[in-house]
Unconditional design. Structure first.
Lengths: 186, 186
DNA sequence: GAACTATGAATGAATG
DNA sequence: CATTCATTCATAGTTC
């Protein structure tokens, strides 16, 4: 696939001859990645442990480990974290908006802290894991003894992106924004 | 759930056949550039021809020409090349890793050639291009963008040398002979 | 089986 | 150039 398809994605034709045999266990060959429960569990554990944006190395290793449970590619891991993070943030944002509204609405009534409500949906416990027993896979113990499970406990020293709210106010389209930034020096 | 694909899911009206030259100005009201298929095709052709990091002039010209197909700004071209290059690299990195991994994994099972594996990981026709594809001979079978490409290509060649043969896309073309034919127009 | 949901995949836009 | 964020497209699954 190239950029050529960037408009429509008519690739998998599994429907043509009766797409039998689909399903989780037996992965389809052309479709998109369908993670097994084990894979999801591991990924989720990693995420909950604080890993948000694994480096390429981490992705590699995670992918390799997860391949034990089924077919998987590095990009799947990459996308998984990308999506998971984004959607959590998204959910959070949405919630906070709701809270905000709710808060405002209730403001006439009583005062309650938005934080309370927030905790209901996304209670993110402490992260910063030093070590974590994640891959109980031994039957397939690899040869890379050196860097074992050390990879994921590194580098994501949470700095909790304080970016938070970059909501683009540009509701209405181009009124000729600054244009280029980077291009100006080119 | 969303308004765009109510019922049917064809990507938003990216010009495509209907859009013709008018550009997709009709649809997007937002801030994000939504390239038409023609625009993508041209950009892709340029990329495949070896252009990786267009200069400001090139960006300007490309942008100008592409504006025929729809609304576009220079920065869009700039970003497009940035992203495309980065992702090409990234993809290749991830994919090759996966190939290795898959290969190794399957090695315990059955012996399969790397080519086969490649086909599995990437729906793209197996061709781990190590060398730049300079002459996309078959990229012109599709009439639409190709014709036009030649059209605006002329613009470029008339930089200051009316020769129209020596313009090297330069920059990224390290140790690659002069790209005649296709690129000579640049 | 259409509508809806969850989520994999892609990509435009930035930032460092 | 790499990394990251936001938004959107596409589809496997589920529900009614």
């Amino acid at each position: 696939m190239d950029e050529n398809m960037s408009g429509f994605c008519i690739k998998s034709i599994r429907g043509g001859g009766g797409g039998g045999g689909g399903g989780n266990g037996g992965n389809n060959k052309c479709g998109r990645w369908n993670p097994t429960t084990e894979q999801v569990k591991v990924l989720t554990d990693l995420f909950r442990s604080g890993l948000r944006t694994p480096s390429t190395d981490q992705i590699q290793k995670i992918s390799t480990q997860l391949s034990f449970y089924g077919k998987i590619e590095s990009k799947n891991v990459f996308y998984w974290f990308q999506n998971h993070k984004a959607r959590e943030r998204q959910k959070r944002r949405k919630v906070s908006i709701d809270i905000d509204k709710e808060f405002i609405r209730r403001d006439h009534d009583k005062i309650s802290s938005p934080k309370e409500v927030l905790n209901q949906v996304s209670s993110e416990p402490a992260r910063v894991i030093e070590t974590l027993q994640l891959f109980p896979i031994n039957s397939f113990d690899d040869e890379s003894g050196a860097e074992k499970l050390r990879f994921y406990a590194n580098e994501f020293c949470c700095k909790e992106n304080t970016r938070g709210f970059t909501y683009t106010v540009g509701a209405e389209m181009d009124h000729h924004p600054p244009l280029d930034l980077r291009l100006s020096f080119l």
